[in-house]
Each structure stands twice: as C-alpha cells, then as structure tokens.
Write a protein that binds this ligand. Structure first.
Ligand SMILES: Cc1cc2nc3c(=O)[nH]c(=O)nc-3n(C[C@H](O)[C@H](O)[C@H](O)COP(=O)(O)OP(=O)(O)OC[C@H]3O[C@@H](n4cnc5c(N)ncnc54)[C@H](O)[C@@H]3O)c2cc1C
Length: 372
C-alpha cells in the first residue's frame, strides 16, 4: 500500500499552479482541478487577430525577491515601467494617475483645490473608512474628480464609506506625488519576454502532475473531506483551495460580495491609440467602463494595428472581492470552518485584493507550512 501523501489543488491560476510546481518531487501525489480547458485563469495569454492579450493588463509588480526568483525559474521576465493616466470628463482633460502636484494648476477649479489642500497640510488622514481617508487626505474636490465615482463603479458599491480604510490602493501613503510619474517607483515591474506571456509558467508548473481540466468544483463536504466536482469526487490528505470559499462551503454564511468584469478586446486599424508613454487610461467619471489598456505597450507585439481592451464592471462574474467590513467579517466566518490540512490561498481563497506576486507568495508560504 502506498504511503505517499496526496495533495488536491483547486484551481489552476497563479496560486494553484505555483503550489503544484513547488511541491513536485517532494514525495506527494498531486492532483489539480481546473474549470477551464487551459490553466492560468485571466493571466493566460490568448490571441485576437494575431495580437496577444490577457484579461486585463496583468503586469508583474513585485518587491519580493523570493517571488521574483520563483516566477523567473519558469518564465523570463523583461523589466519595463508602466504609466497611466486618468481621463476626467468634467475637465475634458487627461491627468497623470497617481495624482501629480504638477497637474493641479491645469485644473479649472485649482483655486478651490489649493485651499482644500492647505487646510489639510500637516494633518494625518482619517482611518475611519475609505471615503473619509481620501477626503481627509486630498480634499472633496480632488476626491470627487478622481476617487469617488471611480471607486463606486470599480467595486459596484453605493458608498465608499463601506470600504475599509486599510484597503491598499496604488498610492496609499502618498496620495499626491511630486516628480516621478511611473505607476510604481519602489519595486520591480515587468512582463514575460515571450509573446505567449505567462503561459509557459503555467504549462511547465503543471508538467508531471495530474492535471484535470474542464473540471468544475461544485462544493466541499468538509466532514468527509470529499471535494465534489463535475469530473468526480476527490479526496486528499492535504487540500489547497484557490476558489471562492462561499460556494465551496455550500453558502453556509451566504454569498460573498464580488465585483465582476466584462472584458472587451477590440482591434483598431491604427498602429497606436494611447499616448506614447501610457499603458492604460482610467475613466474616473460615470462612463460604464473603468479602464482601457493598449496591449502592445505591455507585450511589445509588432503590428500596423493595435489591440485595446476595455473593462466594464458587472455583477455576472466574480473578480474583485469587495473589501468592505461586512464582507471581511463574512469571510472570517468561513475561515473558521476550514478543517485541518486545508489551506485557502490566492485572491479568492483569502478574499483579498491580491496581485500576481501575492498569489505566488501565498504558494511559497503554503509550501513551507506543508513541509514543516
Ligand atoms: C482585470 C484584472 C486585471 C488584473 N491586472 C493585474 C496586474 O496588472 N498585476 C497584478 O499583479 N495582478 C493583476 N490582477 C490580479 C491577479 O491577476 C490575480 O491576483 C492573480 O492572478 C490571482 O491568482 P489566483 O491563482 O489567486 O486566482 P485566479 O487566477 O482567479 O485562479 C483561480 C483559478 O480557478 C479556476 N476556477 C474558478 N472557479 C472554479 C471552479 N468552480 N472549479 C474549478 N476551477 C475553478 C479559474 O478558472 C482559475 O484558473 C488583475 C486582476 C483582474 C481581474
């Protein structure tokens, strides 16, 4: 009889495939269940009219050397910097995003903004909630122009007061910048060198493990430790979950709130659409979409045409776990249900606004916990 321990991984995005990669050759029988035909989730590169793209930008930003080494062991990452702008319809203007002091005098309501900023000089911003934080940090005029509507449509919520103040937005800590207009200035930033993006990462990570695509996980019978999926019932000594926990635990505490996205890729018959240095543009007002990305700027694909991708918030899909106090409390109740040797990681498994490096970090931490 085999004494080999088994690991069942639910979901083959960055978190799940990295766990599979890290646990290979360590004496475990590894199975990965994935809903899609191919691994990678929204980070998988697909093509339209010969243009490579992912579902949204999916750039690799990281300040964690161990994470950088992990991704680089399977796919070569080319360094580049991202710059983004925000279009403000009521000013008919494009401004740097994150906010820059040098843009303020260009705004029609500059005098008002200047007054609001000087009232706040030297004061520590509020930590009551997301709205109070931003109004106390930058004043009501800039808040209304750049944060209020954008945040509500981004999260599909009525009020920014429900969002947690600890929620990490790109420029928390330095709400208005002075000088360097790159999106991130304090960490490594890059994208895979190859046209197929991260695909080799996922494919190499899963080579040699039991990968079952088109396998929809339905729920987990936690008393019997059985995972029910469209392809059968699965048991294992160790379960690593990267899926939303509400359905997995049969909605015991109700549905967790997410904001979804429709993603619309479209080709334009011009070689470039956005300004030279812009990777994407945010739309901060009542437009139905949040962001438009020009993929050539990320992939360096050569073509006389260009591919843009538009992100439209919806409630039909689940991509952004809403970081409100009530939803965080609901997630905590689910967490209390997790049985022994059940690890729940990644954006859904931990119900946090995580990026690619965080999903890889979670996998590195799980490896340490399992092996210890
Ligand atoms: C539009 C958008 C743009 C983004 N851009 C960036 C960026 O520029 N940089 C960055 O660092 N991060 C970005 N992110 C976030 C980042 O991509 C994610 O945090 C990261 O990929 C999460 O990996 P994961 O493995 O935790 O989850 P996922 O990638 O979501 O993996 C979960 C996997 O589980 C599968 N699955 C789902 N349900 C089931 C089921 N019932 N049964 C079986 N399988 C199932 C999915 O198909 C998927 O493959 C972006 C996210 C979005 C939505």
């Amino acid at each position: 009889m085999s004494t080999q321990k088994s690991i069942l991984i639910l979901g083959a995005g960055f978190a799940g495939t990295t766990v599979a990669h890290l646990m290979k050759g360590k004496g475990f029988d590894i199975t990965v269940l994935e809903y899609d035909k191919v691994p990678g989730g929204g980070c998988r590169t697909r093509w339209i009219g010969g243009h490579p793209y992912t579902f949204g930008p999916r750039i690799f930003f990281s300040r964690d050397d161990e994470v950088n080494a992990c991704i680089s062991s399977l796919v070569k990452i080319r360094q580049f910097f991202t710059k983004s702008y925000t279009y403000v319809e009521k000013d008919s203007a494009l401004y740097n995003y994150p906010l820059q002091y040098s843009d303020l005098p260009k705004m029609p309501d500059y005098k008002q903004i200047e007054g609001e900023l000087s009232e706040r000089k030297g004061k520590t911003p509020s930590v009551n909630n997301f709205e109070d934080y931003w109004i106390s940090a930058i004043g009501p005029s800039l808040y209304s122009k750049f944060v209020d509507d954008y945040s509500k449509k981004m999260w599909g919520i009525e009020s920014n007061k429900n969002l947690s103040a600890e929620f990490e937005w790109v420029n928390r800590g330095t709400p208005i910048r002075d000088g360097d207009t790159r999106l991130y200035t304090d960490q490594f930033q890059g994208y895979p060198e190859n046209e197929d993006g991260y695909n080799q990462f996922f494919d190499k990570a899963l080579a040699g493990v039991k990968y079952i695509p088109e396998s929809k996980v339905e729920y987990f019978d936690w008393d019997r430790r059985v995972v029910h999926a469209s392809t059968g019932k699965f048991e294992a000594d160790i379960i690593v979950n990267t899926l939303p926990v509400d359905y997995l635990f049969r909605l015991t505490y109700g549905k967790l709130q997410y904001c979804g996205r429709k993603f619309i890729p479209f080709v334009l018959p011009v070689s470039q659409a956005l300004p030279d240095d812009a990777t994407w543009i945010h739309y901060s007002g009542n437009e139905t979409f949040t962001r438009i990305t020009e993929f050539k700027k990320i992939t360096t694909h050569k073509s006389p045409h260009t591919l843009l991708g538009m992100e439209i918030p919806d409630n039909q899909s689940r991509y952004y776990p809403v970081q409100s106090y009530s939803e965080k409390a609901r997630f905590q109740k689910y967490q209390e249900m997790f049985p022994k040797n059940f690890y729940s990681i990644g954006r859904h498994g931990s119900f946090k606004y995580k990026g690619i490096p965080d999903a890889i970090r979670d996998a590195l931490d799980v490896k340490k916990q399992i092996l210890s």
